[in-house]
Design a protein around this ligand. Sequence first.
Ligand code: SF4
Ligand code: SF4
Length: 277
Amino acid sequence: MPAHPAEIAAAEREGIMIVDSWAPKKLLGDRAVSGVALVKCFSSDDPVCNYEPVLDEEITHRLDADYVILAIGQTPYLRFLAGQKSIDTTGSVIDVGEEDLMTGENGVFAGGDVVTGPKSIISAIAQGRKAAAAIDRFLGGNGDISETLTEPEKEVLLPEHSLTARDRVQMPTLRPWEAVTSFDQVELGLSEDQIRFESERCLMCDARKFEVVVNPEHCKECGYCEEVCKMNAFSRTDVFNARGYRPVACTSSDWCAGCLKCYFACPDFAIDIVEVR
Ligand code: SF4
Ligand code: SF4
């Protein structure tokens, strides 16, 4: 189960014991739970971070327990729709039309995680725009919801601080012994000065330029770079290199945000990301 190092440290400060490399197999007990049966887990993800656990059912372990709290996974609260027979909530998601995101109830739209299941914030925002366009059409408009709030800047000058790595501000929290004895919010929030400092840590990736360099002789066409790059910077070529592979090429460096995901994903060290000023 992935977790941020700061969250792991916070959990351990509160006395939580993390038993890693084990996967739950089943709950034990007759009428009341008495423990959890575990099997050995050697890895949880494949090389491109898809959840693909490798388990050994022969190696087992048992944890005694009086209570088991399943603390992973979330589902939307849809009970308020119980009386709405026209809105299909099978599988704890709302069924909508693919094109207009309209539910079975005429004029009622839904979007985001409640439709797709857990996804990214940007996917929820995209659905919001799609639904807004559909609602506009539903109300008699043409579905064009574009608007220019401000003209794009022609030239962006990078402030000096934007190229300096600065540590993240530490969030003030309750002390561990206070946190475990109440339901008060543990993170107390940043002060105004801390918020200003945090906002100045922006590296302005959108204003920086990067060049994606692929060494065609090193590439073994595994495709990891294409999978991790959300900017579609890579495409396949038709020519073979000396080792008999068809290397990828960078289609356009213009959209590269310098995230370095491809750089770290490439098992053959075939990619370099160079900042061009
Ligand atoms: S650095 Fe990031 S954005 Fe740029 S090509 Fe690699 S994965 Fe894509
Ligand atoms: S550049 Fe690297 S990650 Fe991309 S296809 Fe070639 S070997 Fe795989």
